[in-house]
Design a protein around this ligand. Structure first.
Ligand code: PEP
Ligand code: MG
Length: 361
C-alpha cells in the first residue's frame, strides 16, 4: 500500500502508533476506494449501494424495479441489475484486498428513483413492456409527503425482500470469486439500514444468510462474513440489547440519528441552525459536530446495551461526524472500534484519533 510521503507521512506513522480507533472510509466507487487506501483507510465502513444505482446504464432498470406492480416484475429488473452489482463488489473487494468492506443494502429515498420526465417514463415503459399510464399511476401511488421518514432503508427490504436478495447474491458471488483468484479472502460486512426493531433485522438477516448458503453451495466455496445494522433511529439505540442478539456489528448513522433525535430535517436544517448556534442553543452545527449530550448519549446507551448482549459487538460510526475531530474524540472516549469518513478526511481522522488517545493517557 502506498504511504503518504515526506513529513506528513512521518506524522501519520507516529499517529498510527498511538491511536486505538481504526479508521475506515465511506466509499462506493473504485476511485474512492483507491483514494481511501492511499490515505491509509483500514477498510470501507460504508458503501452506500443506492449511489451505484444512479449510474446512467442502470437507472432505467432501477426505475423498472421500483415501479413494478408485482414480484415477477421486480425480479425481471433485478436480473438485469445483478451482473452490474456483482462487478461493483468485485472491484471493491479487489481494491480492499482482504480488509473489511461494509456494504449497506439499498437505502433509497424512493422519490429520487422515481421518473419525472416523459422521456424517463417512456424508457421504463419500453424496458418493462408496460404502458406509460400504468407507470404514472404507480409512481403517483409511491409518492410520499416525507420520504426521509418513509419507505426507505430496511422497510424496502421487508416489503420487497427480492431486492436485498439480489444484492446479497451479488456480494457473495463477488466475494467467492475474489477469494478464489486472490490470496486475500474478502471480508464482507452486510449492513441493514434504518432498523428500528429486532424483528426487522431478523427478517433481513434470514434473507442474507439464506442467499449466502445458496451461493456457497453453488460455488463449492465459503467466505466469512458478518451481518449487522446501522443504528440511526433513537428506537434502535434504546433497543440495542435486543438488536445485538441478531446483529454482529452496529454502525452509528449519525446523520439520520441527529435528524431523528433532534427532530430537525437534515435537508432543511441550515435555514435556522446558524441562528441556533449564534444563540448558544447548540455549541456547533449538530450535523457537523456530534451533539454529545443528546445523540452522543444515545450512542453510549446503545453501546452499553449492545455489548451487554454481545461482548464482541463491533462498533463504528459512519455519519459525517466520523471525519470531525471533536466527534472522533467522543468515539474514542465512548469505546467505539472505528470511525468511517470520506476518503479525503482519512488522514485527519488518523490524527484526531491519535490526539484523542494521547489526551486520555
Ligand atoms: C447516516 O444516516 O448517518 C448515514 C451514514 O447514512 P446516510 O447518510 O446515507 O443516510
Ligand atoms: Mg442514514
Amino acid at each position: 500500500q502506498p504511504e503518504l510521503a515526506g513529513d506528513f507521512g512521518t506524522l501519520m506513522v507516529w499517529a498510527d502508533k498511538v491511536r486505538r480507533l481504526k479508521v475506515r472510509a465511506n466509499a462506493e466507487t473504485p476511485l474512492d476506494a483507491r483514494t481511501a487506501r492511499d490515505f491509509g483507510a483500514e477498510g470501507i465502513g460504508l458503501c452506500r449501494t443506492e449511489h451505484m444505482f444512479f449510474d446512467a446504464n442502470r437507472i432505467t432498470a432501477v426505475r423498472q424495479m421500483i415501479l413494478a406492480e408485482d414480484e415477477a416484475g421486480r425480479r425481471a429488473a433485478l436480473d438485469r441489475l445483478l451482473p452490474e452489482q456483482r462487478k461493483d463488489f468485485t472491484e471493491l473487494f479487489d481494491i480492499m484486498a482482504g480488509l473489511p468492506v461494509t456494504i449497506r443494502l439499498l437505502d433509497p429515498p424512493l422519490h429520487e428513483f422515481l421518473p419525472h420526465e416523459e422521456e424517463e417514463f417512456a424508457e421504463v415503459a419500453a424496458a418493462a413492456g408496460v404502458a406509460v399510464d400504468v407507470l404514472k399511476r404507480r409512481a403517483a401511488e409511491l409518492h410520499e409527503v416525507n420520504p426521509m421518514l418513509g419507505h426507505r432503508g430496511c422497510r424496502l427490504g421487508v416489503t420487497y425482500p427480492e431486492i436485498y436478495e439480489m444484492q446479497a447474491r451479488a456480494i457473495f458471488e463477488a466475494a467467492v470469486d475474489v477469494a478464489e483468484k486472490s490470496g486475500a479472502a474478502p471480508l464482507p460486512e452486510v449492513m441493514v439500514p434504518l432498523v428500528a426493531t429486532r424483528r426487522e433485522l431478523e427478517l433481513m438477516k434470514a434473507v442474507i444468510d439464506r442467499t449466502a448458503e445458496a451461493v456457497f453451495a453453488e460455488k463449492g466455496r465459503r467466505v466469512d462474513y458478518l451481518v449487522g445494522t446501522m443504528i440511526e433511529l433513537p428506537r434502535a439505540a434504546l433497543m440495542a440489547g435486543e438488536i445485538a442478539e441478531v446483529g454482529a456489528f452496529f454502525s452509528f448513522g449519525t446523520n439520520d440519528l441527529t435528524q431523528t433525535a433532534l427532530g430537525v430535517s437534515r435537508d432543511d436544517a441550515s435555514r435556522f441552525l446558524t441562528s441556533y448556534v449564534e444563540q448558544g442553543i447548540y455549541p456547533k452545527d449538530p450535523f457537523v459536530s456530534l451533539d454529545v449530550e443528546g445523540v452522543g448519549e444515545l450512542i453510549s446507551i446503545a453501546k452499553e446495551r449492545g455489548r451487554k448482549t454481545r461482548a464482541d459487538l463491533k462498533l463504528g460510526i459512519c455519519g459525517e461526524h466520523g471525519g470531525d475531530p471533536a466527534s472522533i474524540a467522543f468515539c474514542q472516549a465512548t469505546g467505539l472500534d472505528y470511525v468511517s469518513c470520506s476518503p479525503y478526511r482519512v488522514p485527519i481522522a488518523r490524527l484526531a484519533a491519535a490526539q484523542a488517545a494521547l489526551k486520555r493517557s
